[in-house]
Design a protein. Structure first.
Length: 515
Protein backbone atom coordinates (compact mmCIF):
# COMPACT_ATOMS: atom_id res chain seq x y z
CA UNK A 1 0.00 0.00 0.00
CA UNK A 2 2.61 2.62 -0.95
CA UNK A 3 0.83 5.94 -0.52
CA UNK A 4 -0.32 8.24 -3.22
CA UNK A 5 -2.45 10.65 -1.22
CA UNK A 6 0.13 12.12 1.08
CA UNK A 7 0.50 15.85 1.33
CA UNK A 8 3.08 17.24 3.62
CA UNK A 9 5.24 20.28 3.65
CA UNK A 10 8.04 19.43 6.07
CA UNK A 11 11.30 18.16 4.60
CA UNK A 12 11.61 14.39 4.59
CA UNK A 13 14.31 12.90 6.76
CA UNK A 14 15.31 9.29 6.49
CA UNK A 15 16.78 7.23 9.29
CA UNK A 16 18.18 3.77 8.53
CA UNK A 17 16.75 0.97 10.62
CA UNK A 18 19.38 -1.52 9.58
CA UNK A 19 23.04 -0.98 8.82
CA UNK A 20 24.04 -1.40 5.21
CA UNK A 21 25.53 -4.82 4.49
CA UNK A 22 27.27 -4.32 1.20
CA UNK A 23 27.99 -0.68 1.05
CA UNK A 24 24.83 -0.12 -0.91
CA UNK A 25 24.11 3.56 -1.47
CA UNK A 26 21.91 5.43 0.97
CA UNK A 27 18.41 5.56 -0.46
CA UNK A 28 17.14 8.61 -2.27
CA UNK A 29 14.00 9.44 -0.33
CA UNK A 30 11.86 10.09 -3.35
CA UNK A 31 12.71 6.73 -4.87
CA UNK A 32 11.84 4.57 -1.91
CA UNK A 33 8.32 3.14 -1.78
CA UNK A 34 6.47 4.41 1.23
CA UNK A 35 3.95 2.88 3.53
CA UNK A 36 1.77 5.03 5.79
CA UNK A 37 0.27 4.70 9.23
CA UNK A 38 -3.45 3.94 9.55
CA UNK A 39 -5.33 6.35 11.81
CA UNK A 40 -9.10 6.88 11.98
CA UNK A 41 -9.70 5.04 8.73
CA UNK A 42 -7.15 7.11 6.76
CA UNK A 43 -3.50 6.93 5.80
CA UNK A 44 -1.07 9.32 7.40
CA UNK A 45 2.61 10.17 7.70
CA UNK A 46 4.17 11.20 10.98
CA UNK A 47 3.66 14.73 12.23
CA UNK A 48 7.46 14.96 12.42
CA UNK A 49 7.81 14.22 8.69
CA UNK A 50 10.55 11.70 9.46
CA UNK A 51 10.86 8.26 7.95
CA UNK A 52 12.54 4.96 8.78
CA UNK A 53 13.93 2.76 6.02
CA UNK A 54 13.61 -1.00 6.01
CA UNK A 55 16.28 -3.10 4.31
CA UNK A 56 16.15 -6.82 3.71
CA UNK A 57 18.42 -8.52 6.26
CA UNK A 58 19.26 -11.14 3.65
CA UNK A 59 20.44 -8.76 0.90
CA UNK A 60 20.81 -5.28 2.34
CA UNK A 61 18.47 -3.92 -0.32
CA UNK A 62 15.96 -1.25 0.62
CA UNK A 63 12.38 -2.49 0.64
CA UNK A 64 10.55 0.64 1.68
CA UNK A 65 10.11 3.39 4.20
CA UNK A 66 7.54 4.00 6.86
CA UNK A 67 6.80 6.90 9.23
CA UNK A 68 8.89 7.50 12.32
CA UNK A 69 5.89 8.20 14.50
CA UNK A 70 5.98 10.30 17.63
CA UNK A 71 3.86 10.73 20.74
CA UNK A 72 1.67 13.20 18.81
CA UNK A 73 0.85 10.46 16.30
CA UNK A 74 0.02 7.85 18.93
CA UNK A 75 -2.18 10.41 20.68
CA UNK A 76 -4.18 11.02 17.49
CA UNK A 77 -4.58 7.28 17.05
CA UNK A 78 -5.71 6.70 20.63
CA UNK A 79 -8.32 9.45 20.38
CA UNK A 80 -9.61 7.93 17.13
CA UNK A 81 -9.85 4.53 18.84
CA UNK A 82 -11.76 6.10 21.71
CA UNK A 83 -14.25 7.77 19.36
CA UNK A 84 -14.83 4.47 17.56
CA UNK A 85 -15.46 2.59 20.79
CA UNK A 86 -19.07 3.61 21.35
CA UNK A 87 -20.35 1.94 18.18
CA UNK A 88 -17.91 -0.97 17.99
CA UNK A 89 -18.50 -2.22 21.54
CA UNK A 90 -22.24 -2.46 20.80
CA UNK A 91 -21.86 -3.91 17.30
CA UNK A 92 -23.58 -7.28 17.12
CA UNK A 93 -21.49 -10.46 17.08
CA UNK A 94 -22.72 -11.00 13.54
CA UNK A 95 -21.16 -7.71 12.41
CA UNK A 96 -17.79 -8.61 13.91
CA UNK A 97 -17.98 -12.12 12.49
CA UNK A 98 -18.71 -10.86 8.99
CA UNK A 99 -15.78 -8.41 9.14
CA UNK A 100 -13.29 -11.08 10.20
CA UNK A 101 -14.49 -13.65 7.66
CA UNK A 102 -14.33 -11.16 4.80
CA UNK A 103 -10.86 -10.04 5.87
CA UNK A 104 -9.69 -13.66 6.02
CA UNK A 105 -10.86 -14.21 2.44
CA UNK A 106 -9.05 -11.09 1.28
CA UNK A 107 -5.82 -12.08 3.03
CA UNK A 108 -6.10 -15.53 1.47
CA UNK A 109 -6.46 -14.01 -1.99
CA UNK A 110 -3.14 -12.20 -1.51
CA UNK A 111 -1.40 -14.84 0.62
CA UNK A 112 1.62 -15.44 -1.57
CA UNK A 113 2.33 -11.75 -2.12
CA UNK A 114 2.09 -11.10 1.63
CA UNK A 115 4.33 -14.07 2.41
CA UNK A 116 6.96 -12.74 0.01
CA UNK A 117 6.96 -9.33 1.64
CA UNK A 118 7.19 -10.98 5.05
CA UNK A 119 10.10 -13.08 3.88
CA UNK A 120 11.95 -10.12 2.35
CA UNK A 121 11.44 -7.96 5.39
CA UNK A 122 12.32 -10.47 8.12
CA UNK A 123 14.75 -12.82 6.36
CA UNK A 124 12.48 -15.74 7.34
CA UNK A 125 12.40 -18.49 4.73
CA UNK A 126 9.36 -18.30 2.45
CA UNK A 127 8.57 -22.03 2.39
CA UNK A 128 9.20 -22.97 6.02
CA UNK A 129 8.13 -19.75 7.77
CA UNK A 130 6.52 -16.95 5.79
CA UNK A 131 3.83 -18.94 3.95
CA UNK A 132 2.83 -20.84 7.13
CA UNK A 133 2.67 -17.54 9.04
CA UNK A 134 0.23 -16.00 6.56
CA UNK A 135 -1.80 -19.23 6.63
CA UNK A 136 -1.93 -18.85 10.41
CA UNK A 137 -3.23 -15.27 10.03
CA UNK A 138 -6.12 -16.57 7.92
CA UNK A 139 -6.87 -19.35 10.42
CA UNK A 140 -6.83 -16.91 13.33
CA UNK A 141 -9.26 -14.51 11.64
CA UNK A 142 -11.67 -17.36 10.92
CA UNK A 143 -11.32 -18.88 14.38
CA UNK A 144 -11.98 -15.59 16.21
CA UNK A 145 -14.77 -14.53 13.82
CA UNK A 146 -17.43 -16.14 15.99
CA UNK A 147 -15.72 -15.42 19.32
CA UNK A 148 -18.13 -12.64 20.27
CA UNK A 149 -20.93 -15.21 20.51
CA UNK A 150 -18.94 -17.04 23.18
CA UNK A 151 -18.44 -14.09 25.55
CA UNK A 152 -21.10 -15.44 27.85
CA UNK A 153 -21.85 -14.64 31.46
CA UNK A 154 -23.31 -16.72 34.28
CA UNK A 155 -26.26 -16.49 36.65
CA UNK A 156 -25.45 -16.62 40.36
CA UNK A 157 -27.90 -18.30 42.79
CA UNK A 158 -26.71 -16.28 45.80
CA UNK A 159 -29.71 -14.49 47.30
CA UNK A 160 -33.45 -15.24 47.20
CA UNK A 161 -35.43 -12.74 45.14
CA UNK A 162 -32.29 -11.29 43.64
CA UNK A 163 -31.38 -12.15 40.10
CA UNK A 164 -27.60 -11.94 39.86
CA UNK A 165 -25.90 -12.38 36.52
CA UNK A 166 -22.63 -11.43 34.87
CA UNK A 167 -21.91 -9.91 31.49
CA UNK A 168 -18.52 -9.54 29.80
CA UNK A 169 -17.54 -5.96 29.02
CA UNK A 170 -14.67 -4.87 26.75
CA UNK A 171 -11.95 -2.86 28.49
CA UNK A 172 -12.06 -0.11 25.86
CA UNK A 173 -9.00 1.11 23.96
CA UNK A 174 -6.19 -1.48 23.79
CA UNK A 175 -2.60 -0.38 23.16
CA UNK A 176 -0.67 -3.23 21.56
CA UNK A 177 3.04 -3.56 20.74
CA UNK A 178 4.49 -6.58 18.92
CA UNK A 179 7.98 -7.84 17.91
CA UNK A 180 9.42 -8.74 14.50
CA UNK A 181 9.87 -12.49 14.69
CA UNK A 182 6.32 -13.46 13.63
CA UNK A 183 4.99 -9.96 12.93
CA UNK A 184 1.80 -10.73 11.00
CA UNK A 185 0.67 -13.58 13.22
CA UNK A 186 1.44 -11.81 16.50
CA UNK A 187 -0.34 -8.65 15.31
CA UNK A 188 -3.43 -10.44 14.07
CA UNK A 189 -3.84 -12.59 17.15
CA UNK A 190 -3.98 -9.44 19.30
CA UNK A 191 -6.26 -7.61 16.86
CA UNK A 192 -8.64 -10.56 16.56
CA UNK A 193 -8.84 -11.19 20.30
CA UNK A 194 -9.32 -7.55 21.27
CA UNK A 195 -11.72 -6.52 18.49
CA UNK A 196 -13.85 -9.66 18.70
CA UNK A 197 -14.53 -8.78 22.32
CA UNK A 198 -15.64 -5.24 21.41
CA UNK A 199 -12.45 -3.29 22.15
CA UNK A 200 -10.79 -0.89 19.75
CA UNK A 201 -7.02 -0.82 19.25
CA UNK A 202 -3.88 1.09 18.47
CA UNK A 203 -1.15 -1.29 17.32
CA UNK A 204 2.57 -0.60 16.95
CA UNK A 205 4.56 -3.20 15.00
CA UNK A 206 8.33 -3.62 15.42
CA UNK A 207 10.61 -1.30 13.48
CA UNK A 208 12.20 -4.34 11.79
CA UNK A 209 8.90 -5.64 10.42
CA UNK A 210 6.39 -2.84 9.96
CA UNK A 211 5.68 -3.08 6.25
CA UNK A 212 4.07 -6.50 6.21
CA UNK A 213 1.94 -5.60 9.23
CA UNK A 214 0.75 -2.42 7.49
CA UNK A 215 -0.11 -4.48 4.40
CA UNK A 216 -2.13 -7.04 6.37
CA UNK A 217 -3.93 -4.45 8.51
CA UNK A 218 -4.78 -2.40 5.40
CA UNK A 219 -6.78 -5.43 4.28
CA UNK A 220 -8.54 -5.60 7.64
CA UNK A 221 -9.32 -1.86 7.49
CA UNK A 222 -11.52 -2.40 4.45
CA UNK A 223 -13.94 -4.34 6.65
CA UNK A 224 -13.81 -2.27 9.84
CA UNK A 225 -15.38 1.10 10.74
CA UNK A 226 -12.88 4.00 10.92
CA UNK A 227 -10.85 4.14 14.13
CA UNK A 228 -11.59 0.60 15.32
CA UNK A 229 -8.07 -0.46 14.36
CA UNK A 230 -5.25 2.09 14.15
CA UNK A 231 -1.67 1.21 13.28
CA UNK A 232 1.24 3.50 14.09
CA UNK A 233 4.91 2.92 13.31
CA UNK A 234 8.25 4.02 14.66
CA UNK A 235 10.82 3.28 17.32
CA UNK A 236 9.97 1.47 20.53
CA UNK A 237 11.39 3.98 23.00
CA UNK A 238 9.67 6.81 21.07
CA UNK A 239 6.16 6.04 19.86
CA UNK A 240 6.01 2.64 21.58
CA UNK A 241 6.60 4.11 25.03
CA UNK A 242 4.29 7.07 24.28
CA UNK A 243 1.48 4.74 23.24
CA UNK A 244 1.82 2.56 26.32
CA UNK A 245 1.66 5.56 28.64
CA UNK A 246 -1.20 7.39 26.86
CA UNK A 247 -3.81 8.42 29.45
CA UNK A 248 -6.74 7.35 27.25
CA UNK A 249 -5.64 3.74 26.90
CA UNK A 250 -7.55 1.13 28.96
CA UNK A 251 -5.48 -2.03 28.48
CA UNK A 252 -1.86 -2.80 27.53
CA UNK A 253 -0.94 -5.83 25.45
CA UNK A 254 2.72 -6.44 24.76
CA UNK A 255 4.73 -9.19 23.09
CA UNK A 256 8.49 -8.86 23.15
CA UNK A 257 11.46 -9.04 25.46
CA UNK A 258 11.16 -9.49 29.20
CA UNK A 259 13.19 -6.29 29.72
CA UNK A 260 10.69 -4.09 27.83
CA UNK A 261 7.80 -6.11 29.28
CA UNK A 262 8.98 -5.11 32.73
CA UNK A 263 8.79 -1.42 31.75
CA UNK A 264 5.29 -1.93 30.30
CA UNK A 265 4.22 -3.48 33.59
CA UNK A 266 5.67 -0.52 35.48
CA UNK A 267 3.70 1.84 33.23
CA UNK A 268 0.53 -0.16 33.87
CA UNK A 269 1.14 0.08 37.60
CA UNK A 270 0.92 3.87 37.42
CA UNK A 271 -2.71 3.69 36.25
CA UNK A 272 -3.65 0.19 37.53
CA UNK A 273 -4.25 -0.99 33.96
CA UNK A 274 -4.82 -4.61 32.96
CA UNK A 275 -1.89 -6.08 30.99
CA UNK A 276 -1.15 -9.03 28.76
CA UNK A 277 2.55 -9.85 28.45
CA UNK A 278 4.04 -12.48 26.12
CA UNK A 279 7.74 -12.37 26.88
CA UNK A 280 10.95 -14.33 26.54
CA UNK A 281 11.76 -17.99 27.03
CA UNK A 282 14.56 -20.51 27.40
CA UNK A 283 12.60 -23.68 27.03
CA UNK A 284 13.86 -27.17 27.92
CA UNK A 285 13.61 -30.17 25.60
CA UNK A 286 14.06 -33.39 27.59
CA UNK A 287 14.92 -36.64 25.83
CA UNK A 288 14.48 -39.97 27.62
CA UNK A 289 16.59 -43.03 26.74
CA UNK A 290 13.68 -44.76 24.99
CA UNK A 291 13.58 -41.97 22.37
CA UNK A 292 17.00 -42.23 20.83
CA UNK A 293 15.62 -42.23 17.28
CA UNK A 294 15.53 -40.07 14.15
CA UNK A 295 11.91 -39.00 14.60
CA UNK A 296 12.74 -37.50 17.98
CA UNK A 297 15.89 -35.87 16.57
CA UNK A 298 13.78 -34.24 13.85
CA UNK A 299 11.31 -33.09 16.51
CA UNK A 300 14.08 -31.57 18.61
CA UNK A 301 15.35 -29.66 15.56
CA UNK A 302 11.81 -28.43 14.83
CA UNK A 303 11.32 -27.45 18.48
CA UNK A 304 14.55 -25.44 18.42
CA UNK A 305 12.95 -23.45 15.57
CA UNK A 306 16.21 -23.57 13.62
CA UNK A 307 14.21 -22.84 10.47
CA UNK A 308 13.31 -19.49 12.00
CA UNK A 309 16.97 -18.93 12.87
CA UNK A 310 16.01 -19.82 16.47
CA UNK A 311 14.21 -16.47 16.71
CA UNK A 312 11.23 -17.90 18.51
CA UNK A 313 10.05 -17.41 22.07
CA UNK A 314 9.16 -21.12 22.28
CA UNK A 315 12.53 -22.39 20.98
CA UNK A 316 13.56 -25.56 22.84
CA UNK A 317 17.07 -24.17 23.22
CA UNK A 318 18.10 -26.19 26.29
CA UNK A 319 18.41 -29.80 25.16
CA UNK A 320 18.66 -32.29 28.04
CA UNK A 321 19.54 -35.80 26.80
CA UNK A 322 19.85 -38.85 29.05
CA UNK A 323 23.52 -39.68 29.51
CA UNK A 324 23.08 -43.27 28.27
CA UNK A 325 22.13 -42.04 24.77
CA UNK A 326 23.77 -38.61 24.79
CA UNK A 327 26.39 -39.27 22.10
CA UNK A 328 24.23 -41.33 19.77
CA UNK A 329 21.28 -38.94 20.01
CA UNK A 330 23.44 -35.88 19.49
CA UNK A 331 24.81 -37.46 16.33
CA UNK A 332 21.25 -37.90 15.06
CA UNK A 333 20.46 -34.24 15.81
CA UNK A 334 23.70 -33.09 14.16
CA UNK A 335 22.84 -35.17 11.08
CA UNK A 336 19.35 -33.66 10.89
CA UNK A 337 20.73 -30.13 11.30
CA UNK A 338 23.37 -30.66 8.63
CA UNK A 339 20.58 -31.26 6.10
CA UNK A 340 19.11 -27.78 6.65
CA UNK A 341 19.71 -25.45 3.71
CA UNK A 342 20.68 -21.95 4.86
CA UNK A 343 20.37 -19.17 2.30
CA UNK A 344 18.14 -16.92 0.21
CA UNK A 345 14.83 -16.74 2.11
CA UNK A 346 12.86 -16.41 -1.14
CA UNK A 347 14.28 -19.61 -2.61
CA UNK A 348 11.88 -22.50 -2.12
CA UNK A 349 14.83 -24.81 -1.51
CA UNK A 350 15.86 -22.80 1.57
CA UNK A 351 15.01 -24.08 5.03
CA UNK A 352 16.57 -21.30 7.09
CA UNK A 353 17.02 -17.63 6.21
CA UNK A 354 18.91 -14.78 7.80
CA UNK A 355 19.02 -13.29 11.28
CA UNK A 356 16.91 -10.14 11.56
CA UNK A 357 19.55 -7.44 11.93
CA UNK A 358 23.14 -6.59 12.75
CA UNK A 359 22.51 -6.07 16.45
CA UNK A 360 20.89 -9.47 16.87
CA UNK A 361 23.58 -11.13 14.74
CA UNK A 362 26.36 -9.64 16.85
CA UNK A 363 24.63 -10.70 20.03
CA UNK A 364 24.19 -14.31 18.90
CA UNK A 365 27.77 -14.58 17.65
CA UNK A 366 29.12 -13.16 20.90
CA UNK A 367 27.25 -15.81 22.94
CA UNK A 368 28.82 -18.53 20.79
CA UNK A 369 32.30 -16.99 20.89
CA UNK A 370 32.20 -16.67 24.70
CA UNK A 371 30.98 -20.24 25.12
CA UNK A 372 33.77 -21.55 22.88
CA UNK A 373 36.32 -19.48 24.80
CA UNK A 374 35.00 -21.10 27.99
CA UNK A 375 35.72 -24.58 26.60
CA UNK A 376 32.45 -25.47 24.84
CA UNK A 377 32.49 -27.54 21.65
CA UNK A 378 30.46 -26.62 18.57
CA UNK A 379 29.04 -29.92 17.22
CA UNK A 380 27.61 -28.00 14.29
CA UNK A 381 27.93 -24.38 13.21
CA UNK A 382 29.88 -22.04 15.48
CA UNK A 383 31.18 -18.55 14.87
CA UNK A 384 30.61 -17.81 11.14
CA UNK A 385 33.78 -18.13 9.07
CA UNK A 386 32.75 -15.49 6.55
CA UNK A 387 31.82 -11.91 7.27
CA UNK A 388 28.13 -11.01 6.77
CA UNK A 389 28.91 -8.67 3.88
CA UNK A 390 30.64 -11.56 2.06
CA UNK A 391 27.47 -13.61 2.42
CA UNK A 392 25.16 -10.74 1.52
CA UNK A 393 23.20 -10.96 4.76
CA UNK A 394 23.17 -11.81 8.46
CA UNK A 395 23.44 -15.57 7.91
CA UNK A 396 24.59 -18.07 10.49
CA UNK A 397 24.69 -21.87 10.50
CA UNK A 398 22.60 -23.77 13.07
CA UNK A 399 24.83 -24.27 16.08
CA UNK A 400 24.80 -27.00 18.73
CA UNK A 401 27.06 -26.48 21.74
CA UNK A 402 28.16 -29.16 24.22
CA UNK A 403 30.52 -29.13 27.20
CA UNK A 404 28.66 -26.36 29.00
CA UNK A 405 27.28 -26.41 32.50
CA UNK A 406 23.53 -25.77 32.85
CA UNK A 407 24.38 -22.49 34.58
CA UNK A 408 26.57 -21.14 31.73
CA UNK A 409 25.28 -17.95 30.09
CA UNK A 410 24.54 -19.64 26.74
CA UNK A 411 22.64 -22.37 28.59
CA UNK A 412 20.38 -20.17 30.68
CA UNK A 413 20.00 -16.78 28.93
CA UNK A 414 17.68 -16.26 25.98
CA UNK A 415 19.92 -15.95 22.90
CA UNK A 416 17.09 -15.69 20.35
CA UNK A 417 19.27 -17.16 17.63
CA UNK A 418 20.10 -20.54 16.08
CA UNK A 419 22.04 -21.81 19.09
CA UNK A 420 21.08 -24.88 21.12
CA UNK A 421 22.99 -26.09 24.18
CA UNK A 422 22.97 -29.86 24.84
CA UNK A 423 23.46 -31.15 28.38
CA UNK A 424 23.48 -34.80 29.62
CA UNK A 425 21.32 -35.85 32.58
CA UNK A 426 21.21 -38.98 34.73
CA UNK A 427 18.13 -38.83 36.97
CA UNK A 428 14.60 -37.55 36.45
CA UNK A 429 14.70 -35.45 39.61
CA UNK A 430 17.96 -33.83 38.49
CA UNK A 431 16.71 -32.95 35.01
CA UNK A 432 13.42 -31.55 36.36
CA UNK A 433 15.36 -29.38 38.79
CA UNK A 434 17.64 -28.09 36.03
CA UNK A 435 14.77 -27.54 33.60
CA UNK A 436 12.86 -25.51 36.20
CA UNK A 437 15.91 -23.57 37.37
CA UNK A 438 15.12 -20.77 34.93
CA UNK A 439 13.54 -17.37 35.37
CA UNK A 440 11.44 -18.21 32.29
CA UNK A 441 8.46 -20.56 32.06
CA UNK A 442 7.11 -20.42 28.52
CA UNK A 443 7.33 -23.86 26.87
CA UNK A 444 8.73 -27.34 27.47
CA UNK A 445 9.19 -30.46 25.36
CA UNK A 446 9.23 -34.06 26.61
CA UNK A 447 10.32 -36.94 24.42
CA UNK A 448 9.47 -40.40 25.81
CA UNK A 449 7.59 -43.44 24.58
CA UNK A 450 6.42 -44.22 28.12
CA UNK A 451 3.03 -42.60 28.77
CA UNK A 452 3.42 -42.47 32.55
CA UNK A 453 6.85 -40.82 32.26
CA UNK A 454 5.58 -38.29 29.73
CA UNK A 455 2.53 -37.33 31.78
CA UNK A 456 4.56 -37.17 35.00
CA UNK A 457 7.06 -34.85 33.32
CA UNK A 458 4.30 -32.69 31.85
CA UNK A 459 3.04 -32.23 35.38
CA UNK A 460 6.45 -31.41 36.83
CA UNK A 461 7.67 -28.79 34.32
CA UNK A 462 7.04 -25.13 35.13
CA UNK A 463 5.84 -23.87 31.76
CA UNK A 464 2.75 -22.41 30.15
CA UNK A 465 2.82 -25.03 27.38
CA UNK A 466 4.27 -28.55 27.49
CA UNK A 467 4.36 -30.63 24.33
CA UNK A 468 4.93 -34.39 24.45
CA UNK A 469 6.48 -36.12 21.45
CA UNK A 470 5.70 -33.12 19.24
CA UNK A 471 7.09 -29.62 18.85
CA UNK A 472 4.70 -27.57 16.72
CA UNK A 473 3.87 -23.86 16.87
CA UNK A 474 0.82 -22.15 18.35
CA UNK A 475 -2.56 -22.88 16.81
CA UNK A 476 -6.05 -21.38 17.19
CA UNK A 477 -7.85 -22.79 20.20
CA UNK A 478 -4.68 -23.34 22.23
CA UNK A 479 -4.55 -21.11 25.32
CA UNK A 480 -0.97 -20.00 24.86
CA UNK A 481 1.18 -17.97 27.26
CA UNK A 482 3.84 -18.20 29.90
CA UNK A 483 4.42 -18.35 33.61
CA UNK A 484 7.22 -16.78 35.70
CA UNK A 485 9.08 -14.08 33.72
CA UNK A 486 7.65 -15.35 30.43
CA UNK A 487 4.47 -13.38 30.89
CA UNK A 488 0.93 -12.87 32.03
CA UNK A 489 -2.26 -13.86 30.17
CA UNK A 490 -3.19 -16.26 27.40
CA UNK A 491 -3.51 -15.79 23.64
CA UNK A 492 -4.67 -17.82 20.61
CA UNK A 493 -7.92 -19.05 22.25
CA UNK A 494 -11.41 -17.64 22.67
CA UNK A 495 -11.13 -18.35 26.40
CA UNK A 496 -7.91 -16.31 26.41
CA UNK A 497 -9.70 -13.49 24.59
CA UNK A 498 -12.54 -13.47 27.10
CA UNK A 499 -10.16 -13.58 30.08
CA UNK A 500 -7.64 -11.07 28.70
CA UNK A 501 -9.82 -8.58 26.80
CA UNK A 502 -12.99 -8.31 28.89
CA UNK A 503 -13.93 -7.88 32.51
CA UNK A 504 -16.89 -9.48 34.26
CA UNK A 505 -19.60 -7.09 35.37
CA UNK A 506 -22.04 -8.45 37.98
CA UNK A 507 -25.64 -7.21 37.90
CA UNK A 508 -27.99 -7.73 40.86
CA UNK A 509 -31.74 -7.15 40.35
CA UNK A 510 -34.37 -7.26 43.06
CA UNK A 511 -37.15 -9.40 41.63
CA UNK A 512 -39.28 -9.66 44.77
CA UNK A 513 -42.92 -8.64 44.41
CA UNK A 514 -42.66 -6.14 47.27
CA UNK A 515 -39.60 -3.93 46.92
P1 LIG B 1 11.72 -5.93 22.11
O1 LIG B 1 11.13 -6.02 23.47
O2 LIG B 1 13.00 -5.22 21.96
O3 LIG B 1 10.71 -5.19 21.11
C1 LIG B 1 9.38 -5.62 20.97
C2 LIG B 1 8.53 -4.43 20.60
O4 LIG B 1 8.58 -3.50 21.67
C3 LIG B 1 8.96 -3.68 19.35
O5 LIG B 1 7.82 -3.26 18.64
C4 LIG B 1 9.69 -2.46 19.90
O6 LIG B 1 9.64 -1.36 19.04
C5 LIG B 1 8.88 -2.21 21.16
N1 LIG B 1 9.58 -1.45 22.20
C6 LIG B 1 10.90 -1.42 22.45
N2 LIG B 1 11.15 -0.62 23.51
C7 LIG B 1 9.94 -0.14 23.93
C8 LIG B 1 9.53 0.72 24.99
N3 LIG B 1 10.40 1.27 25.82
N4 LIG B 1 8.20 0.95 25.13
C9 LIG B 1 7.30 0.38 24.33
N5 LIG B 1 7.64 -0.43 23.29
C10 LIG B 1 8.95 -0.70 23.10
O7 LIG B 1 11.78 -7.43 21.59
P2 LIG B 1 12.29 -7.94 20.18
O8 LIG B 1 13.76 -8.00 20.21
O9 LIG B 1 11.65 -7.19 19.08
O10 LIG B 1 11.65 -9.40 20.17
C11 LIG B 1 12.28 -10.47 20.74
C12 LIG B 1 11.69 -10.80 22.09
O11 LIG B 1 10.29 -11.05 22.00
C13 LIG B 1 12.27 -12.08 22.68
O12 LIG B 1 12.57 -11.90 24.03
C14 LIG B 1 11.15 -13.09 22.50
O13 LIG B 1 11.21 -14.17 23.38
C15 LIG B 1 9.95 -12.25 22.69
N6 LIG B 1 8.76 -12.87 22.08
C16 LIG B 1 7.84 -13.45 22.90
C17 LIG B 1 6.73 -14.09 22.36
C18 LIG B 1 5.72 -14.77 23.23
O14 LIG B 1 4.65 -15.11 22.73
N7 LIG B 1 5.99 -15.00 24.51
C19 LIG B 1 6.56 -14.11 20.97
C20 LIG B 1 7.53 -13.52 20.17
C21 LIG B 1 8.62 -12.89 20.75
Amino acid sequence: MPATDLSQSSPELVVEVRADLRDLPAPEVAEVARWLMQVDGGLTASESGEWLVSRSPATGHVIGRFPRGTGADSRRAVLAARRALATWRTASPAVREAAFLAAADDVEARADELARLLSRETGNALRTQARPEIASVIDLLRYFAGAAYQAQGVTVPALPDVLTYTIREPFGVVAAVVPWNAPAQLSVVKIAMALSMGNTMVLKPAEDASLVVLEVTAILQRHLPPGVLNVVTGLGPEIGAALMSDPDVDKLSFTGSTAVGRSVLATAAQRILPVSLELGGKSPAIVFPDSDDDRTAAGVVAGMRFTRQGQSCTAGSRLFVHESVFESFLQRVADAVSRLVVGDPLDDATDMGSIINEKQYARVVSYVASALADGATARTGGVPQREPHQQGGWFMQPTILTGLDATAAAACEEIFGPVMVAIPWHSEDEVVEQANASSYGLAGYVWSRDVATALRMAGRLQAGWVQVNRAGGQYPGLSYGGTKESGIGREFSIQGAIDSYTYAKSVSVDVSTQP
